[in-house]
Design a protein around this ligand. Structure first.
Ligand SMILES: [Fe+2]
Ligand SMILES: [Fe+2]
Length: 254
C-alpha cells in the first residue's frame, strides 16, 4: 500500500515539513515504521459522566503503568542493542524519562480534551489519538526498562496538570481545544528533533522509538489543523514552552 503524502498540506512542523505524512491503516503492518494506525472506535455519544469515568480509568492505568501492551510493534524491536558506557546509558535514560513523562501528559491532555469536547466527533478523535499516544507511552516504558531505569516519580503530577489544562482549553470551545492540541504536538515534534540530536549516537534503539514518535506527533498536529484548530496567541504558546521546560528539567532526574 502506498504511503499517503501530507507534506504539502501541513503547515505544522515548520522546521521539519518532511515529517508530515501518514501511512494508510492497512499499510502500517507491512511498512513497520512511520505509520499511524488510527483505531476507529465506534463513534458513540458518551455522557459527561461516561467520559469522566473513562478519564479516571485512563489516569489510574497511566500513572500505575497498568497498560499491558501496545497496539503496534515497538519500532526498536528489530534494532540491535549496543553497549553503552554508564554515562551514556544514564543520559539516554534521562532523555527517555522525559519522553515518557511527555506521553503521560499526552494521555491526560487528550483525555481532558475528550471529557469536555462539545462535538462528539471531536471527542472521539481525542480518544483515538490517546490510543496512539499510549503506544508511545509503552515504547518509552520498555526502553527505560532496557536502560535499567524507570519512569518519572512525578507522573501523577504531570497527569493531573495536563488533564486540567486539556479540560480548561476544551471549555473554551473545540476550535481552541484543537488549537491547543496542534501547538502541543508541534512543540513536541520539535522537542523530539532535539532529542535525536542529543541521544548517544550508538543508542539506535532509543533513536528508533523517538524517530517514529516524532513523525506521528507531526501527523497529530496536522490532523488538528485540518479539523479547524485556532491559532493560539503568542503569549499562550510561550507559556506552554515554559511549562514544558519545567517538566523536561524535572523528569530528566526525577
Ligand atoms: Fe506521543
Ligand atoms: Fe501526539
Amino acid at each position: 500500500m502506498k504511503a499517503r503524502d501530507y507534506t504539502d498540506q501541513c503547515s505544522v512542523p515548520r522546521q521539519s515539513a518532511t515529517l508530515c505524512y501518514r501511512l494508510s491503516p492497512t499499510a502500517d503492518s507491512a511498512a513497520g515504521h512511520g505509520g499511524v494506525i488510527i483505531k476507529r472506535m465506534e463513534n458513540r455519544n458518551l455522557s459527561l459522566i461516561d467520559r469522566l469515568v473513562g478519564s479516571l480509568d485512563n489516569a489510574l492505568k497511566t500513572v500505575t503503568e497498568q497498560y499491558a501492551s501496545s497496539t503496534r510493534p515497538n519500532p526498536s524491536a528489530d534494532v540491535p542493542d549496543s553497549q553503552l558506557a554508564d554515562g551514556e546509558r544514564r543520559h539516554a535514560a534521562g532523555l527517555m524519562r522525559i519522553n515518557h513523562a511527555g506521553e503521560v501528559a499526552a494521555q491526560a491532555l487528550y483525555q481532558g480534551h475528550a471529557a469536555l469536547a462539545r462535538d462528539p466527533g471531536i471527542a472521539q478523535h481525542m480518544r483515538d489519538a490517546a490510543v496512539e499516544e499510549r503506544d508511545h507511552l509503552l515504547w518509552c516504558e520498555e526502553r527505560l526498562q532496557e536502560l535499567g531505569a524507570g519512569p518519572s516519580r512525578l507522573s501523577p503530577f504531570w497527569y493531573a496538570g495536563a488533564f486540567a489544562i486539556g479540560a480548561a482549553s476544551s471549555a473554551l470551545g473545540d476550535r481552541w481545544s484543537l488549537g491547543f492540541v496542534a501547538e502541543t504536538e508541534r512543540q513536541v515534534a520539535d522537542h523530539l528533533k532535539d532529542h535525536l540530536d542529543r541521544l548517544p549516537a550508538k543508542d539506535a534503539r532509543s533513536r528508533a522509538i523517538v524517530r517514529q514518535m516524532r513523525e506521528e506527533e507531526a501527523a497529530h498536529c496536522m490532523e488538528a489543523e485540518q479539523k479547524g484548530a485556532a491559532e493560539l496567541p503568542r503569549v499562550v504558546r510561550k507559556m506552554m514552552q515554559m511549562s514544558a521546560q519545567v517538566m523536561k528539567r524535572s523528569a530528566y532526574w526525577l
